[in-house]
Design a protein around this ligand. Structure first.
Ligand code: ZN
Ligand code: ZN
Length: 141
């Protein structure tokens, strides 16, 4: 369980390292909880991700059973066949996924970071990010 820094690229041994990645590298405001995505259908933790990078709306698809699920607070704001698809520089499209939540106490704006760890090379990154109004649901898959 460690993050390795190679020429500004970050690599991690396991999905739990996304917690440290969030706090150290990807937290916009005060760090809140990190929710690791687990498929409600089969318990799988390997996903493909796609979405609309302009709006920050993201959906993941479980590689174990094919179930698709929108990250909480997201909507399907892309046209069919047109979502951006997450792909690692190594070519891999399968990831461990975690959603980091941070808040700005003054106006309670919440910020969601949809983070990923490549299951082939371990590279860490943020696929998309989204700002949510205070009243929006914040339960994440
Ligand atoms: Zn599944
Ligand atoms: Zn990779």
């Amino acid at each position: 369980m460690a993050i390795e820094d190679v020429d500004t690229w970050l690599y991690a041994d396991g999905p739990e390292d996304l917690d440290e990645y969030f706090v150290e590298h990807d937290c916009l405001y005060e760090p809140g909880e990190v929710t690791h995505s687990v498929c409600s259908g089969c318990g799988g933790i390997i996903f493909g991700m796609h979405g609309n990078l302009d709006t920050g709306d993201v959906e993941w698809i479980c590689r174990g059973c094919g179930q698709a699920q929108l990250v909480a607070g997201c909507e399907r704001s892309w046209l069919p066949g047109e979502p951006a698809i997450s792909r690692c520089d190594c070519g891999e499209r399968d990831f461990n996924v975690a959603v980091g939540r941070s808040t700005r106490p003054t106006d309670r704006v919440r910020y969601l970071s949809m983070m990923q760890r490549c299951i082939t090379c371990g590279s860490l990154g943020t696929f998309a990010a989204k700002k949510l109004p205070p009243q929006a649901q914040s339960v994440c898959p």
